[in-house]
Design a binder for this molecule. Structure first.
Ligand code: CIR
Length: 256
């Protein structure tokens, strides 16, 4: 059950952030509209929002998920793998300090982006990516173990078309993972029920279960139908402007 989420408004220079999508420049007005709808959807799921002001110094800072890993037992501030994003952590640190009694940190030489961390109840899948290195993954894994969580690594460096592990993987609860075709055979997932996402709908794999609903990117009818057939109430959200900046639904909030 999530009761709280942290979100940050996109900055007016949001289009200066990092991207490999090749989908053109994002439209700021539409990004704000889409972000407003995202916030409203989270509130509809019963979550109380902490809405942070835009940070023009950090064009990617609306993707708050990458700056921390928040669990029921502790929070850890990350050390983002992209140098232009490292400074985003400071203000999230200030917010989390008022919500958690102890904070932990990923330290040099470790790098880690929250988008690479997928929690499945008491187990965490940790993606090793171009952003999260092995040192960062090991630091998080040791910290998790000290709080009685298990973890395993998923190397996505050779998986095409995904920036972070959660660009291709989502946990829905009920022992069920949403997973892109190219990760389906990963041995760590063999004890889960898998909802497969075809290459044509790959972007939609980054969906988010929030209490009684599943937030899903609008325009991916096959996955949405599969989720509805499994009994989930889906909330489709327009994500075009964030997709242009390599961002998905989960990246836009820290939920706990
Ligand atoms: C970046 O490249 O860091 C941002 N433009 C997108 C981050 C997306 N975050 C995520 O998937 N967790």
């Amino acid at each position: 059950m999530s009761t709280h989420a942290i979100v940050r408004r996109p900055t007016v220079n949001f289009g200066e952030g990092l991207t490999t999508a090749g989908l053109g420049a994002p439209h700021y007005g539409r990004a704000i509209e889409q972000h407003n709808a995202y916030c409203a959807a989270l509130e509809r799921c019963g979550v109380t929002l902490t809405l942070l002001e835009a940070e023009p110094r950090y064009p990617d800072s609306t993707f708050v998920e990458d700056t921390a890993v928040v669990t029921e037992r502790f929070a850890v501030l990350t050390r983002p793998g992209a140098p232009s994003r490292v400074g985003e952590v400071k203000s999230i640190n200030n917010v989390l300090a008022s919500l958690y009694s102890t904070l932990h940190f990923i330290r040099e030489p470790g790098t880690l982006d929250g988008g690479d961390i997928c929690q499945a109840d008491n187990h965490f899948f940790i993606g090793i990516s171009n952003r999260t290195n092995e040192a960062g993954a090991r630091q998080l894994s040791e910290l998790l173990a000290s709080f009685n969580y298990s973890s395993s690594f998923v190397d996505i460096r050779q998986v095409e078309g995904i920036l972070h592990l959660k660009s291709g993987l989502a946990y829905l609860g009920d022992n069920r993972l949403v997973v892109i075709d190219s990760l389906v055979r990963h041995k760590g997932f063999c004890n889960y029920d898998l909802v497969r996402v075809t290459p044509a709908e790959q972007y939609a794999a980054n969906c988010v279960r929030v209490n009684g609903h599943v937030l899903i990117a609008a325009g991916y009818p096959v996955l949405e139908r599969s989720l509805r057939n499994l009994g989930y109430e889906t909330l489709p959200l327009e994500m075009s402007e964030f997709q242009k900046m390599d961002g998905g639904l989960s990246c836009l909030s820290l939920r706990f």
